[in-house]
Design a protein around this ligand. Structure first.
Ligand code: NAD
Length: 243
């Protein structure tokens, strides 16, 4: 598509799941995509794809984030995909788990946004898309204390950035999925003991009666990159879970 030609899209956590589908979707639109992750194996599987450059990037590492963004040049679209699901209630959660959840789910986005903003401001535009979740300030979900607390923070930081830079041509939106097919979802279902029962429970809570596809989330990310009258929004994409 014309609007994305010659634009650079940086995707974190692009190795698998939603991040991978998003990198491929932007590349299919004709963007230059920088696909980053900490998993060299999954990154190498992406490296042959047209329009995609892969780079190892640990979003917990501030210096590495800055170095990567310096190296790739001005970023037009930032897709913050990295995030981890901790299971457990407030009483079950260890402080270290919460610190890690804040670092990976929230601070990672602060790092990347800080690093891309100066060049976006210089050029007078940019789009930032953050992966939040319906399990956040949108919906209370059992057994997801650290996850939902940090994903609510993602919605908050999305709105704050949107408000601060709206007059500079920079938009910032959040995507809030329900349950979406991904390798880590498979791990979570296996970890619950009885895989089939776990899968049925995930399906049952979404009124559409199915688990979402990473490509459906990627479509929304592409839309938001070009949704020129939209900023500061938290988009539920959840098979009706939050109705
Ligand atoms: P996933 O959990 O299967 O994969 C996560 C990826 O992140 C992996 O490739 C992993 O190597 C990478 N990663 C982990 N730590 C990293 C780090 N420090 N630096 C860089 N990369 C790192 O993918 P998913 O399930 O599609 O989730 C992607 C995002 O979508 C997450 O933010 C998640 O919270 C959110 N989300 C997912 C679902 C779902 O049901 N799958 C629902 C709501 C929100």
């Amino acid at each position: 598509a014309d609007w994305i030609k010659d634009k650079t899209v940086l995707v974190t956590a692009a190795g698998q799941g939603i991040g991978r589908a998003t990198a491929l979707a932007f590349a299919a639109q004709g963007a230059r995509v920088i696909a980053t992750d900490i998993n060299d194996k999954t990154l190498s599987e992406l490296s042959g794809e047209a329009g995609i450059e892969v780079r190892r990037l640990d979003v917990l590492d501030d210096a590495a984030v800055v170095a990567t963004i310096d190296a790739v040049g001005p970023v037009d679209v930032l897709f913050n995909g990295a995030g981890f699901v901790h299971a457990g209630s407030i009483l079950e959660m260890k402080d270290e788990e919460f610190d890690f959840a804040v670092d990976l789910n929230v601070r990672s986005m602060i790092r990347t946004i800080r690093a891309v903003l100066p060049s976006m401001l210089e050029r007078g535009g940019g789009a930032i898309i953050n992966m939040a979740s319906v399990a956040s300030s949108i919906k209370g979900v059992p057994n997801r204390f650290a996850y939902a607390t940090t994903k609510a923070a993602v919605i908050g930081l999305t709105k704050a950035v949107a408000a601060d830079y709206i007059s500079k041509g920079i938009r910032c939106n959040a995507i809030c999925p329900g349950t979406v097919e991904s390798p880590s979802l498979q791990d979570r279902m296996r970890a619950m003991g009885d895989y089939e029962t776990a899968r049925a429970a995930f399906i049952a809570r979404q009124p559409m009666g199915r688990i979402g596809l990473p490509e459906e989330i990627a479509d929304l990310a592409v839309h938001l990159a070009n949704a020129t009258f939209t900023t500061g929004q938290a988009y539920a994409i959840d098979g009706g879970w939050s109705i």
